[in-house]
Design a protein around this ligand. Structure first.
Ligand code: G3I
Length: 329
C-alpha cells in the first residue's frame, strides 16, 4: 500500500509527535511500525521539554529523548526537537526564579542560556529542527504575561534564545512555534511583526511553525495558506507542526469522521500551496496516544479522537483523506 511519505515524496516532509515510552514498548509494535512505514520525521512530544531534560539544575537527563533521536537516526527520519523555551512544563527549580529583581533577572538569563547551549549542543548534528521558542504570545497578540520568561527577562529573551541555539548548532533549523495563527487575526499579525523585527535584527530564525490544533465544527483553516505565505515572504520556511482535529461528544459519528477528514485535507492543501511550507507534522497519529485522549483538563471534557488512526491503529477517513490529498495535489 502507498504510505504518507511516499504520497508526499518531494513536496513536503511528513511527521508526527511521538512518545518515547510507546516507541520503545516491545508490546506495542504497531506504533513503531507506523512511524517507520509512513513518516519522514518525528517530533519529541514531551521528552525535550525542560522538566524532562533538566529536572534539577545542571542535571541533564537525555534518556527518553535519546530513544526518539536514536530511532530517528536508525530509520533516516528527521528529528524535530520540541521545545527549548516555553512557559509550561517547567520544573519547580526554574519556577523558583519567577521573582522580581535585577540579581534574579541575571541569574535566570544565565540559566536559560546554559539550558539552550547544553541541550542544543548535546544534539548538534542529530536534531535537524528546533522549536526554540514555543507560544510566546497571548491570544490577543500581546506578549504572554503568564510566561516567566517574558515577565522576568522581557522581550529580549526571544532573540537571545535563537542566538544561543544557533551558536550551539549552526546547522540546525530554528523555529518559532505558535498556535492560533492559522487565520488572519490580531495574534497572527502580532507574530508577523515580531518575526519581521527578528529578521531585521539579523536574529538566526529559520522558520515559523503553525501548530494547527483544530476543533471540529470551528475549524480555522481557510486563511492558513495566506498567513503562511506572508511569513514565507519574510524569507522563512513555514511548517504545520502539531496538526490534529478534535471531535466533540466522542465517540464520533460517521459524519463527524468525514468532517474531520475534510479538515485534515484542507490543512494539507494549504501547506502544499505554499512553496516554503516544508513539513506537515501531526500531534500524534493514533487516538490511543493523543493529548486529547483522557485529557484531565475539564475544558477538554468530551473531546477526543483527534488523530489519523483509531485506538486500534485502524486508519480513519482522516488518514485516507491526507494520503489522497498528498498524492493528488
Ligand atoms: O507520564 C506521566 C505519567 O507517568 C503520569 O502518571 C501522568 C499523571 O498526570 O502524567 C504523565 O505525564 C503527562 C504527559 O503529558 C505524558 O502524557 C503530563 O502530566 C502532561 O502534562 C503532559 O501533557 C503534555 C502537554 O503538552 C504539557 O507538556 C501533552 O502530552 C502534550 O501533547 C502537550 O503538547 C503541547 C505542545 O507541547 C505545545 N502545543 C500544545 C500541545 C497540546 O497541549
Amino acid at each position: 500500500a502507498l504510505h504518507l511519505k511516499q504520497a508526499a515524496q518531494g513536496k513536503v516532509r511528513i511527521g508526527s509527535a511521538v512518545r518515547a515510552s510507546v516507541l520503545a514498548n516491545a508490546a506495542e509494535p504497531a506504533y513503531a511500525q507506523f512511524v517507520r512505514d509512513e513518516l519522514d520525521s518525528v517530533t519529541t512530544e514531551n521528552e525535550l521539554k525542560w522538566d524532562a531534560v533538566e529536572p534539577a539544575q545542571g542535571t541533564f537527563t537525555y534518556g527518553a529523548a535519546d530513544t526518539i533521536v536514536d530511532f530517528g537516526q536508525a530509520n533516516q527520519l528527521d528529528v524535530r526537537g520540541h521545545t527549548l523555551v516555553w512557559h509550561n512544563a517547567l520544573p519547580d527549580w526554574v519556577k523558583a526564579y519567577d521573582v522580581p529583581g535585577e540579581a534574579n533577572r541575571l541569574a535566570l538569563n544565565a540559566i536559560l542560556e546554559q539550558h539552550i547551549r547544553t541541550v542544543v549542543g548535546h544534539y548538534a548534528g542529530r536534531v535537524k529542527v528546533w522549536d526554540v521558542v514555543n507560544e510566546p504570545l497571548a491570544d490577543d497578540g500581546t506578549r504572554r504575561s503568564n510566561s516567566m520568561w517574558q515577565r522576568r527577562l522581557g522581550d529580549d529573551y526571544i532573540a537571545n534564545s535563537f542566538r544561543w541555539a544557533h551558536e550551539a548548532d549552526p546547522g540546525a533549523k530554528l523555529y518559532l512555534n505558535e498556535y492560533g495563527i492559522e487565520m488572519d487575526s490580531a495574534k497572527a499579525r502580532s507574530l508577523y511583526e515580531l518575526v519581521r523585527g527578528l529578521r531585521a535584527l539579523g536574529v538566526p530564525i529559520d522558520g515559523v511553525g503553525f501548530q494547527t490544533h483544530q476543533m471540529l465544527g470551528a475549524e480555522r483553516l481557510s486563511g492558513l495558506s495566506n498567513v503562511m505565505r506572508q511569513f514565507a515572504d519574510l524569507g522563512l520556511d513555514v511548517a504545520i507542526t502539531e496538526l490534529d482535529v478534535r471531535i466533540p461528544g466522542v465517540p464520533a459519528t460517521g459524519e463527524q469522521l468525514a468532517q474531520q477528514a475534510t479538515a485534515f485535507a484542507t490543512a494539507v492543501k494549504a501547506c502544499l500551496s505554499v512553496p516554503r511550507c516544508v513539513s506537515i507534522t501531526t500531534w500524534g497519529f493514533t487516538d490511543k496516544y493523543s493529548w486529547m485522549t483522557n485529557n484531565p483538563d475539564p475544558k477538554y471534557a468530551g473531546w477526543g479522537e483527534a488523530t489519523l488512526l483509531d485506538a486500534s491503529y485502524v486508519k480513519k477517513p482522516a488518514y485516507n483523506a491526507m494520503l489522497a490529498t498528498l498524492a493528488t495535489t
